[in-house]
Design a protein around this ligand. Sequence first.
Ligand code: MG
Length: 343
Amino acid sequence: MALRLVLEECTITTRHPFVIARGSTTGYRRCWVRLIDEDGLEGWGEADPSSYYGETYDTVIATLQKLDRHMPEDPFDLEAAEARFAQVVPRNGAAARAALSAALHDLVGKRLGQPLWRLWGLDPHKAPASSFTIGIDTPEQMELKVREAAEYPILKIKLGTDRDEEILRTIRAITDKTLRVDANAGWTVERALRMAPLLKEYGVEFLEQPLPPEDLEGLAQVRRAANAHDLPVVVDESCIVASDIPRLARAADGVNIKLAKCGSLREALRMIATARAHGMLVMVGCMIESSLGITPAAHFTPLVDAADLDGAALIVDDPFTGATIAGGQIRLPTGPGLGVRRR
Ligand code: MG
């Protein structure tokens, strides 16, 4: 008997309107996915669609209904199940596929009575600290957000505006924490080249996605200039799946992996291996997600250099508990599977 798929809507709300170079909002509809086996054991996942990649709550539901006919009988059949999902929805289905991937892995872990990180042979103490993201805002609001992020040792600053210098100056004036910068594809080559020495001056640790995703020639140019200032360049929007990485290795120093982009936990592990084979840095990021969305990615953080898994920390009504962030440090749950519970 195939696994039974149950879908439930949940809404999560951010503390502040979350503004990046592309837009702003506070309320997010999320789909809670449950896969139920014949013994009544449940694997859980969450679909966190990103409009940037052409996905919405409604496309997620449509995709999941389409995939419902392709559920495996055996949750351990992970490779074949994920390959089939990707075959049925090759485009714009990553959020739905990621939720099913998480739910299958959760169910496998629960059947075996082991947390996912343990099935992967990872040391939970190797999980890195997570950065906390400061979205684009007025100087007063950004100061408030920096104060709210008191427990986080690393701040990720969203840039890509016409007042980036002012934003950096404002934040650097009130904190000496490690800063990372994400331009979310909002700069031109000229702008990025002008910003590079300034980022160095403000002690920025690395620069994420300065240019539009397809401009790899420009990216290589920006990377050379940034590297001259000891500033690595990481790609996010340019890098969706493992097969993107070889061509990116000539233009960037690292990749940002997100389950809502790559659509599968197994693909995330392939991305880590591919990036390492090219000598690249690996970071893991997230969308605005509840703890159910964040925790599957948290389980492979012992393999990465940098994490930006603050999605659940940015919301005020998390329906779940799972991986937590204490003093900025990611703590992996010890319960079986994902180790996520309903609050
Ligand atoms: Mg990013």
